[in-house]
Write a protein that binds this ligand. Structure first.
Ligand SMILES: [Zn+2]
Length: 375
């Protein structure tokens, strides 16, 4: 019996994942009941791959053979999407099929694998709401998984829960959780020369670069823009807005502000101990996060750029008064060398691409207060 480490291959999610350009098929209509048809293709030299190989993973809650593990990832993914749609999404019983020996071929042909999977599952067409998930561990393409934007087919090479949740997200219409950075953290020079977009750059969720664990959520901005639950609330200019911590289930966890085709989203993130992945170069303090959609030059910087988290470099912030240690040596400022993924009480920030200013008034235990004013 071979043992496969799912943990290691799940990290390959950061490999390029290009969504297929399938015609929109209304996969995220709320009246649709979703169904997962899961097909494991079988390598010729391992005819019992799905039933004999053991899974050795720290992310799975059980340790068993591959097919049980696959079923567990599907259960976890369904739980994730139900939770993140606040119960709006409906799923019917999933179906599992194993292809006969020799169906997993090294050929880098995702659509041929989907066709092979449909044949194994006895499907001539894939109805709306059905998601055919085809696993080919011998795929030689450079992806861990491949979803289709608002489509209904998923190819997996790495079949951990993280990849499955992520690719289903594409089928439901999600784009990547991205991040943006402008040179020297100067967002007053807001253009394609000074600023760059990191397509998977948002640490906040697994449409970006976080991993799955039982408590993961998507950013409130992602949920609001696709599920509309919670609904993003409109900001009143010049009026204090209280925003609740973005993992809470209140109706005040994300606020939006449009300006000339750009959209600005504000949510409050309080780092918790139960994070799935720890990223040591980020500054973890309660923070008001600003995400943007648009202008066009930003989304043109990747295949599936979604909401972009505004990031800054702590070393770029004004130094303030130099503080010296006992030996008279200057102490580096507290944010030195860290990536700032949000704003804290007292900060003032001019919105990129709009004549408005964000002022963060307080960042408390469960909510923050901020104001947007014309500048
Ligand atoms: Zn993706």
């Amino acid at each position: 019996m071979k043992r496969f480490s799912i943990v290691v291959i799940a990290l390959a999610l950061l490999a390029p994942i290009v969504p297929a350009t399938a015609a929109p098929k209304a996969q995220n209509e709320w009246t649709t009941t979703h169904k997962i048809v899961y097909v494991g293709l079988t390598p010729k030299d391992q005819p019992n791959f799905w039933t004999e190989n053991q899974v050795d993973t720290t992310t799975a809650t059980s340790d068993g053979e591959m097919l049980s593990y696959a079923k567990e990832t599907v259960r976890d993914a369904i739980t994730f999407w139900k939770q993140n749609s606040r119960g709006k999404m409906k799923f019917t019983t999933s179906k599992f099929f194993i292809g006969k020996s020799g169906t997993a071929i090294e050929r880098c042909n995702p659509s041929a694998d989907i066709k092979a999977g449909m044949k194994v599952a006895g499907l001539k067409t894939v109805p709306i709401g059905t998601h055919i998930v085809v696993v080919n561990i011998y795929d030689s393409c450079g992806y861990a998984g491949l979803g289709s934007q608002e489509g209904n087919a998923i190819n997996l090479r790495s079949f951990g829960t993280t990849t499955l949740v992520h690719e289903l997200g594409h089928n439901f219409g999600y784009r990547h959780s991205s991040a943006m950075f402008c040179g020297k953290s100067d967002y007053s020079k807001f253009n394609g020369t000074n600023c760059s977009v990191e397509e998977y750059g948002d640490f906040r969720d697994l449409m970006g670069f976080d991993d799955w664990c039982p408590n993961t959520t998507l950013s409130a901005t992602q949920r609001a823009t696709i599920f509309h639950t919670p609904l993003a609330k409109s900001i009143k200019i010049g009026v204090d807005t209280t925003v609740d911590e973005s993992r809470m289930t209140t109706d005040n966890i994300v606020f939006e502000f449009p300006y000339k085709g750009n959209w600005y989203f504000f949510e409050y993130y309080v780092p918790a101990k139960g994070r799935c992945m720890s990223v040591s170069n980020l500054f973890y303090k309660p923070q008001l996060q600003l995400r943007m959609i648009g202008p066009a030059w930003t989304t043109a910087q990747g295949n599936a750029v979604g909401p972009m988290l505004i990031t800054r470099n702590g070393s770029d912030l004004p130094a303030g008064e130099t503080v010296l240690d006992e030996d008279g040596e200057p102490i580096p400022p507290p944010f030195f060398g860290t990536t700032l993924t949000g704003f804290q009480a007292g900060e003032v920030f001019k919105l990129p691409g709009a004549p408005y200013t964000l002022t963060v008034k307080s960042t408390g235990e469960t909510s923050a207060v901020f104001t947007i004013t014309k500048s």
